[in-house]
Design a protein around this ligand. Structure first.
Ligand SMILES: [Zn+2]
Length: 362
């Protein structure tokens, strides 16, 4: 019922409806990513079989109180639309193509979404959602049967699904994590923000890439990846993150595509793969300065979607996490756009504000 109320509120303020053709196709992320399963298994550690930690799901208060407010403040409106008219994952009229899916975790995020959605939607959607979850939890370890997930998303021809909101009620963490998509005027890409208007993703001070859409692979995301992948269009500028010297270029190009290896002055190796091209004179022996343009990102080698692969290694070749080499921060929505952000959050809370639209089968 609360979902229906939320729906009616949205309908009341909604604008045009965007129609999408049936032939929606999705490209994989980088090969490193698409090789991996989108499925994140529920942890099989020793806590798996033990009693649920500290109380029933009810014990886990939602960090947001918007759900209750909607119910309190809204008198029961007379339904003007059949609830069955909007199934999980169906376009919600008057929302510019937004869709909602909610569910209770049984095994993995992917299994849960695939119970409600077509596989061709559920698979890429769970990948995009998992890239948000990974900033809050280690899904393979932390997911518990009975956790609740809600996603607001839209579909765009030839692109990955776009996630507008994620809500994850985690028993392991005893709280609900939430994130909302917003695009400040100064940003090239929409990004996910927590309710305090800060980006979900951390950014690096002195990052080799300034403009990217999303980090699609991290060292700690359970995929065993050697670097960080930044989803970004071909031709995005790549800067030297440290002072150093170019030591080699274009080894194993079948896999790495155009690639460059820079030995920083502290001995660490900085590698960039799948590049489109190099800046003038970036040949072995060339000195580079922190912040200097060294290349343009691409989609070369074993890569099926444009991205930059940033890898760091110790002098002995051990894989390092670039996030350990940089100061980090979380960028915030500019003050002048906080009101617009809050409005977005409220709208998303309304859309997410209820139990599964389609009851769990099992
Ligand atoms: Zn990579």
């Amino acid at each position: 019922m609360r979902f229906l109320i939320a729906l009616l509120l949205v309908l009341a303020v909604g604008t045009g409806v965007v129609a999408y053709g049936p032939g929606i196709s999705f490209r994989g992320e980088s090969t490193e990513v698409s090789r991996e399963s989108a499925e994140i298994p529920v942890g099989e550690d020793d806590e798996q079989g033990s009693p649920p930690p500290a109380g029933s799901p009810e014990a886990f208060a939602y960090e947001e109180s918007g759900r209750e407010k909607i119910e309190e403040q809204s008198p029961e409106p007379k339904p003007t639309i059949e609830p069955a008219a909007v199934q999980a994952g169906e376009e919600i009229p008057g929302t510019d193509g937004l869709r909602v899916v909610t569910g209770t975790i049984r095994r993995t995020v992917n299994h849960t979404l695939a119970d409600k959605l077509e596989r061709e939607v559920a698979n890429p959607l769970s990948q995009v959602v998992s890239r948000v979850l990974v900033w809050w939890m280690e899904p393979s370890r932390d997911l518990r049967p009975g956790d609740e997930i809600g996603v607001v998303f839209s579909l765009h021809d030839g692109e990955e699904p776009r996630v507008h909101a994620v809500s994850m009620k985690s028993q392991r963490h005893g709280r609900t994590f939430s994130a909302y998509r917003f695009q400040p005027a100064e940003e090239r890409f929409g990004r996910m923000y927590t309710s305090d208007a800060k980006e979900v993703e951390k950014r690096m001070v002195g990052s080799p890439i300034k403009e990217y859409e999303q980090i699609t692979s991290l060292l700690w995301d359970g995929r065993g990846h050697n670097g960080i992948d930044f989803k970004t269009p071909v031709g995005t500028e790549v800067y030297a993150p440290f002072d150093g010297r170019v030591v080699r270029r274009n080894w194993s190009t079948r896999f790495n595509g155009n690639c460059i290896d820079i030995r920083a002055d502290n001995g660490k190796h900085i590698l960039f793969l799948h590049l489109e091209s190099f800046a003038e004179g970036m040949v072995p022996g060339r000195r580079v300065e922190r912040g200097e343009l060294i290349a343009l990102s691409g989609n070369t080698g074993r890569s099926t979607a444009p991205h930059l692969h940033y890898e760091a290694r110790s002098p002995s070749g051990r894989i390092l996490d670039p996030f350990d080499l940089h100061e980090t921060y979380r960028k915030e929505v500019p003050e002048s756009e906080k009101a617009a952000f809050e409005a977005t959050v409220e709208k998303m809370r309304m859309l997410l504000g209820e139990k599964p639209v389609v009851a769990d089968a099992g």
